[in-house]
Design a protein around this ligand. Structure first.
Ligand SMILES: C=C(O[C@@H]1C=C(C(=O)O)C=C[C@H]1O)C(=O)O
Length: 379
């Protein structure tokens, strides 16, 4: 059935269409300027992401919007979305090559998705990239000869053995680095296998990010950091933020940030399946937060089971963290079973106090996310 309308409404709609068309022209103009910025940055070797410029620009536009009785949040939302577009467009121009004298790069396991992303970023920065995969080891000597950087991106389960078995005769000055999501054992294995520069990296994002702008890469220093300083600079030029960490502290955090997070998403999906939930009708009844939760859980099952098994099984210690969760779940469930509402409320308050200022901060952040989830609804 057609939506009802009137002549007056149609007239106004025509005017709105005109404004929206002007917006497209303005967007084109902005994208062209951003492309010029990208070329200038490429030439000058400047990072794609400029947080101070963004903050200053947003503050000014918010002020100007207020004066014109336009919601400052509206202009901020629009500009943030436009800036995301800028990162994608700037990326296509390529990046300054920080270390033009480096020999070629070898990506071990380059057919993996994250290896592919790093390969693409390195190529966009002018490096020559060679890939070594399962079937190429017969040609290993030839591939590694003259390499300036070897980047290991194979599944966690085989990372350490591969390093020990296959990466012991790299050129002395070659940098050995890995992208594994645990850092203790791989960094140790690299230090033992190779006497030159060693660094452990953990990109805290999946291969489906369109740009590295604002993403985080954790760095665990191994040895001879001066030799791989350029690589950290290169990653920052791609727009990412470098966060330094001791391997132990990183691995401990991953028990919660990754193993426990993904395990509980897995169980959530498992439970929906066993309960024979009808996703279609759940979506019909879904509140924005539920939709977001389904998105978080559902996206897990669109990806590789092996990848998640690797992450969850990577550290024995994660079992403890996941077991603790089960205990806390049981204890909370028992409050429900005995009908102790007061104890639940008391416990809730205790946790809220512990979250402190983070709780309202997360509420603000999630509000913006929930609104965009709602915006995506159609029909
Ligand atoms: C266009 C630039 O690059 C990025 C994108 C911006 C934008 O789209 O306005 C602003 C700052 C940078 O993070 C720039 O540096 O000016």
């Amino acid at each position: 059935m057609n939506e009802r309308t009137t002549a007056e409404l149609e007239n106004l709609r025509g005017l709105i269409d005109g404004v929206d068309q002007q917006l497209i022209h303005l967007l084109r103009k902005r994208l062209d300027l951003v492309a010029q910025v990208g070329a200038v940055k490429h030439g000058a070797g400047l990072p794609i992401y400029a947080p101070q410029r963004e903050a200053a620009m947003l503050a000014k536009r918010r002020e100007e919007a207020k004066k014109m009785d336009v919601s400052p949040q509206l202009i901020e939302d629009i500009l943030r979305r436009l800036m995301r577009e800028s990162y994608l467009n700037e990326k296509d121009i390529g990046f300054k090559q920080v270390n033009p004298d480096l020999g070629h790069v070898v990506i071990v396991g380059g057919s993996g998705k994250l290896g592919g992303l790093f390969s693409q970023m390195l190529v966009l920065s002018g490096y020559q990239v060679k890939v070594i995969d399962k079937d190429d080891w017969a040609r290993a000597d030839e591939i590694f000869d003259g390499a300036g950087l070897v980047l290991v991106t194979v599944p966690i389960g085989i990372t350490c053995d591969l390093i020990k078995d296959k990466l012991t005769t790299l050129p002395q000055s070659c940098i050995l680095a890995d992208l594994t999501s645990i850092k203790g054992e791989p960094v140790e294995a690299m230090l033992a296998a190779h006497s030159g520069p060693v660094v452990g990296l953990h990109p805290m994002f999946g291969p489906d990010v369109g740009s590295l702008a604002k993403q985080v890469v954790v760095v665990c220093h191994g040895r001879q950091s001066a030799e791989y300083q350029w690589l950290l600079e290169q990653i920052q030029i791609w727009g990412a933020r470098i966060v330094e960490a001791e391997p132990e502290r990183h691995d401990k955090a991953m028990q919660l940030v990754q193993a426990m997070r993904h395990f509980s998403s897995f169980v959530y999906g498992l439970n929906l399946y066993k309960e024979e939930a009808d996703i279609e009708s759940l979506l019909q009844f879904s509140s924005p937060i539920y939709r977001l939760e389904l998105a978080m859980v559902g996206r897990l099952f669109a990806q590789s089971p092996e990848l998640y098994a690797d992450i969850i099984f990577a550290q024995k210690e994660s079992m403890q963290a996941i077991g603790d969760y089960l205990d806390n779940y049981s204890q909370a469930l028992s409050l429900l079973q005995v009908g102790d509402r007061d104890a639940f409320v008391a416990q809730f308050k205790e946790v809220a106090q512990w979250f402190g200022d983070f709780a309202p901060q997360f509420q603000r952040e999630s509000r913006a996310m929930l609104q965009s989830v709602n915006d995506m609804k159609t029909g």
